[in-house]
Design a protein around this ligand. Sequence first.
Ligand SMILES: Cc1cc2nc3c(=O)[nH]c(=O)nc-3n(C[C@H](O)[C@H](O)[C@H](O)COP(=O)(O)OP(=O)(O)OC[C@H]3O[C@@H](n4cnc5c(N)ncnc54)[C@H](O)[C@@H]3O)c2cc1C
Length: 397
Amino acid sequence: MNFTANDSVSDVLIVGGGPVGATLALALAQGAQGGEPLAVTVLEAQSNFSAPRDARTLALSHGSRLILERIGIWQKLAEPTPITRIHISQRGDFGRAMLSAEEAGMPALGYVINYADLQQALHEALSRAAIRYLTGATVEEVHPDASAPSVVFAHEDARQTLHGRVLALADGGRSLGGLSGVKRDSRDYGQCAVVCQVQTELPHHNLAYERFTSQGPAALLPFRDRYALVWTALPQQVEAMLGWDDATFLEQLHAHFGDRQGRFLWAGKRASFPLALKTSTPVTLPHTVLIGNAAQTLHPVAGQGFNIGLRDAWELAQGILSVPREQIGSQTMLAAYASGRRIDTGGGIFFTDLLVRGFSNDLPLLREARAAALSALDLLPPLKNFVVRRMIFGAKG
Ligand SMILES: Cc1cc2nc3c(=O)[nH]c(=O)nc-3n(C[C@H](O)[C@H](O)[C@H](O)COP(=O)(O)OP(=O)(O)OC[C@H]3O[C@@H](n4cnc5c(N)ncnc54)[C@H](O)[C@@H]3O)c2cc1C
């Protein structure tokens, strides 16, 4: 530990120890090794990490794997499952495309992991790292300020105030409501995702499926010896879907997906998530920066949200580590961070929004254009290469 629990000023004060905030903290702790350690504090609202509550799986890009390797987390994850091919199709049309790692000269196009496993590994690493990590600490007020930025949080029945040279808001956007100076735009897609694990008759051989339908996209991601399903539907349908018994669910899924993987034999516990695009402008305030879902919350269709959030965390850590301590959180440092992230986050938001809105309808002209686009993607190696590199490394390729 760098300082005691009574210290009230940190070099970096991180609100939210979810995947993005935790990655920032670990990258800082590791990057400072050898030099003077930074005083890093993470305030995380949750306190119980032993019972995994979040059912979602995450598709990570190869670039995200490299970041998780550098902070020592990749090695702790149980069975990340490589995706070596992705089959993209549109329900009711012939247009389809197949992306493959072999063609791209990569070991994998991405990997599938459990959100809960990731959170557990990060929690253990934070508990061991040379930082101050408070769980059960809920931030109630955030005060960006050019001279004394601070947060007020509740912890063990007491309200406390902490200051930081820079405040990094990585709380998924939950504390933004009361934050003046940030505009939070929201586009409700009118879709929810039903997620669960399913067993198919045929083994997956690391093949993922992305299927576009008028009610929204659906994905099957190879995960261990099963598939992780992300099935998008209209909110009014989701309630009924969650009430289906197993046999009905499997039958409906088969009707929705077709039988490329044979029959669906088993489905695990189902959970649902509302889907929207949320963007914060600007992502920096005096001595304060928004990262991960707090800066941009994306539809999971293209598996971009966490991958972009990880790059936010990694690049912010590099920005902090590259300046003298007294420059941490300065306007120059934060402006450089914001401009360095603009293309990547803007590209991810644009690409994801285009997929959701361009593919979630039944307009005849658009159907034909989409089928043609999928065929072109399949037949044109440069286009394929562009899409694959984007998936793996983000908009900067
Ligand atoms: C169904 C679904 C599937 C997805 N699939 C993918 C995918 O395949 N690939 C991908 O890249 N992305 C995917 N995403 C997106 C991904 O889950 C998010 O981008 C990622 O979780 C964002 O991480 P985060 O740390 O920014 O926020 P969160 O995961 O929301 O974490 C925020 C943390 O802050 C804490 N917190 C909240 N409020 C406070 C407070 N007031 N004080 C202190 N702590 C607080 C929370 O407890 C939490 O630990 C998916 C999302 C959904 C819904």
